[in-house]
Design a protein around this ligand. Structure first.
Ligand code: 4NP
Length: 167
């Protein structure tokens, strides 16, 4: 039996998409009574927002659905994260490419890096691009991103549960 699993979501700024995924999966993990077995975190490939709370628009979209992003603070990914986490989930294609480069530069395998929309390809128009970046848009974009991430984190939680119970 697996004793514990860990998931890191990665976007560009770590203030919109990956903290939304972090907050959503944490909440689902808690509701499933699995907080002591599944670790959830998020990070950005960029450094601009280090130390910042999630974007108020991401917080509003999450709050409207009863999900709190309180307490999350942006940080930048480091190579050690690629060793430490079981799953490293890139929110979009560019994040995925950047993570694969970070792995290659540090002689680490890229096999644990996945694209978020591979979890829920039907939730977006172009799953190959990943979750759209809502930063330059309005509240509608943030609501859409929340829904996409809600679908994908459901699929991910199911997978984690199966893995925890498999021999
Ligand atoms: P995120 O969105 O990657 O989902 O956190 C963005 C946040 C900030 C910027 C771009 C995207 N930015 O250019 O500062």
């Amino acid at each position: 039996m697996n004793t514990g699993l860990s998931v890191l979501f990665v976007c560009l700024g770590n203030v919109c998409r990956s903290p939304t995924a972090d907050g959503l999966l944490r909440s689902k993990v808690a509701a499933a009574g699995l907080t002591d077995r599944i670790t959830v975190d998020s990070a950005g490939t960029g450094s601009w927002h280090i130390g910042s709370s999630p974007d108020p628009r991401a917080r509003a979209a999450a709050d409207a659905c009863g999900i709190s992003l309180d307490g999350l603070r942006a940080r930048q990914i480091v190579a050690a994260d690629l060793r430490r986490f079981d799953y490293v989930i890139a929110m979009d294609r560019m994040n995925y490419i950047d993570l694969c480069s970070l792995a290659a530069e540090n002689d680490l395998p890229s096999r644990k890096i996945e694209l978020f929309t591979d979890l829920a390809p039907d939730a977006v128009d172009d799953p190959d691009d990943g979750v759209p970046d809502p930063y330059a848009g309005g509240a509608d974009g943030f609501r859409h991103v929340f829904e996409v991430i809600d679908s994908g984190t459901d699929v991910l939680l199911n997978r984690l549960r199966k893995q925890l119970t498999s021999a």
